[in-house]
Design a protein around this ligand. Structure first.
Ligand code: PXL
Length: 284
């Protein structure tokens, strides 16, 4: 293939606060990949740390845009999904994936539902149920511990934050080894953070650890999953893609922390985007 690889990105567009499409699009573009957005909703801000945000549900438009792309016969090297506005959108995304995927398409589902043991404000139990259905279509899922517990139908507190516990969690989420899993927010020792990865290609579970930068910022999950998706499309192995994603998030967090902004303003990516660029002449 000699055209630029394409990724269909099914996420919300939040105008302020750096998350979802305002991270996904610049990151994939910086990695030399064409990001084609299918917005699920427009929000004035994300829902983490802001109140009173607007929320324009785009389900109707999403279905029509997907149908148009299907009629055009568009193909994608990856389909990457994130925050959804309602359960109908998850069914639409799953149908779209089934309709347009080819054997070479990598389907990455970030099962965005919550964090720190709590659902995001707009998520309902019916949406969590529908997210499980969407995650069935995935080649790779990228949950945090809260989302892992929801997908496994176990209490958040029952997941053991130990090397063995993380290993059990990613292997349980792999559906007998048929799906790769990158569990985020995994800390194996004080002052470290990273991911646990089950790679369905090798059947191996491995860990990525980088130094934790002082505090958490909004959007780090979206940043991690975007770099991971881009690296996978470039042909990087799952453990190496997770390593690249964790290291880039660490660098952005180290750049954001001294600015002393409210964490809800998100992780500062723009000044470091250049680090993601493929070398001149590289064929991703
Ligand atoms: O980063 C996940 C996310 C995406 N989109 C919206 C959100 C959140 C998390 O709060 O509110 C709108």
């Amino acid at each position: 293939m000699n055209r630029t690889p394409r990724i269909a990105a099914i996420h919300d567009l939040s105008g302020f606060g750096r998350c979802s499409l305002t991270i996904v699009m610049p990151v994939l573009s910086a990695m030399g990949l064409q990001c084609c957005p299918l917005p699920t909703a427009y929000l004035s801000t994300h829902t983490g740390g802001f109140t009173g945000n607007t929320f324009l549900d785009m389900t109707e438009e999403l279905g029509k845009a997907m149908a148009h792309w299907e009629r055009l016969g568009l193909t994608f090297e990856a389909i990457y999904t994130g925050f959804m506005g309602n359960e109908r959108q998850m069914a639409l995304a799953a149908d779209f994936i089934r309709a347009v995927r080819s054997p070479g398409t990598i389907v990455v589902v970030d099962p965005v539902m919550g964090d720190h043991g709590k659902l995001y404000r707009t998520y309902t139990p019916a949406m969590c149920q529908a997210m499980k259905g969407l995650a069935e279509t995935a080649d790779v899922i990228v949950p945090n511990a809260t989302e892992a517990a929801l997908l496994l139908d176990v209490p958040y507190e029952s997941l053991s934050p130990t090397r063995d516990g993380f290993r059990r969690t990613v292997e349980a989420l792999s559906r007998q080894g048929r799906r790769s899993v990158v569990l985020t927010g995994v800390s194996l020792s004080e002052g470290q953070t990273g991911a646990a990865c089950f790679d369905r290609i090798t059947g191996n579970t491995s860990f990525v650890q980088v130094p934790f930068v002082s505090r958490a910022f909004h959007g780090t999950g979206d940043l991690f999953a975007s770099v991971l998706t881009g690296a996978l499309v470039q042909g990087t192995s799952l453990p190496d893609a997770a390593e690249q994603a964790a290291e880039f998030v660490r660098r952005c967090a180290a750049h954001t922390a001294p600015q002393d902004l409210p964490p809800r303003e998100g992780i500062d990516v723009e000044p470091l985007r250049g680090l993601l660029a493929p070398m001149k002449g590289d064929t991703p």
